[in-house]
Design a protein around this ligand. Structure first.
Ligand code: PGA
Length: 251
């Protein structure tokens, strides 16, 4: 059966020292705790190796927030999936709306990144989600389906089974406006039905689908109680251990 996952996305926050302190504090807070979900933290690239060394990776999985769409070579400033893998990280967040919007990530680029992530034995946390105008026009299902059709729905069933999906409506990210429980559940149920239509019910039932967008300690219990919400991708609230731990404890 699918896993529950609470994944933090630190974005471009925390110096190396601050990030190490945060990871170490989280590690201590979770040591010996009975957890009903997998915990992941998505750190900046330069933190990865140090954070992996500082935490019990059986309790806290470590994620990169991106990787290059090329394997290696003359791509100044880029970080490859194999480099991420060599740090001991296990996940890569891909297709975050901030990467799509500010760094021009297209479906074609994301297909390359997903393929390289999988080829290096890393788990993609693949993000999708609509902007406010799409939601207002009630076209979110078609929009998200198209994002999936152009990318991860091209994978083989065996590869698709290895990925995690995160639905993050852009209007809810960092805005303090959370999707209502009903909106989140409805969209995740739709995504699961689309997976079932493409890959079959068994794979759909085995896929972890996360909600992201202003998820916090207050709204997490109700969100995580929904049948199709298997956890959260957490931005702002992952930057403080007490807040993040409270979300983990919502399971
Ligand atoms: P937020 O960010 O929790 O700060 O809204 C979520 C995300 O972008 O992953």
């Amino acid at each position: 059966m699918r896993k529950n996952i609470v994944a933090g996305n630190w974005k471009m926050n925390k110096t190396l020292q601050e990030g190490l302190a945060l990871a170490t504090e989280l590690n201590e807070a979770l040591a010996g705790a009975k957890l009903n979900c997998d915990v992941v933290i998505g750190t900046p690239f330069i933190h990865l190796a140090s954070v992996v060394a500082a935490v019990d990776t059986k309790v806290i999985g470590v994620a990169a927030q991106n990787c290059a769409n090329k394997e290696s070579g003359a791509y100044t400033g880029e970080i490859s999936a194999s480099m991420v893998k060599s740090t001991g990280a296990e996940y890569v967040i891909l297709g975050h709306s901030e990467r799509r919007e500010y760094y021009g990530e297209t479906s074609a680029i994301l297909n390359e990144k997903v393929a390289l992530t999988l080829a290096n034995g890393l788990t993609p946390i693949y993000c999708c989600g609509e902007a406010l105008d799409v939601r207002n026009a009630n076209e979110q299902n078609a929009f998200v389906k198209n994002q999936l059709d152009e990318t991860v729905f091209n994978l083989s069933a065996d590869d698709f089974k290895k990925i995690v999906i995160a639905y993050e409506p852009i209007w809810a990210i960092g805005t303090g406006v959370t999707a209502s429980t009903e909106q989140a559940q409805d969209t995740l149920a739709f995504i699961r039905s689309a997976i079932a239509a493409k890959f079959g019910q068994e794979i759909a039932d085995g896929t972890s689908i996360l909600y992201g967008g202003s998820c916090n300690a207050k709204n997490a219990p109700e969100l995580f109680a929904q049948p199709d919400i298997d956890g959260g991708l957490i931005g702002g609230a992952s930057l403080k251990v007490a807040d993040f731990k409270a979300i983990i404890d919502a399971f």
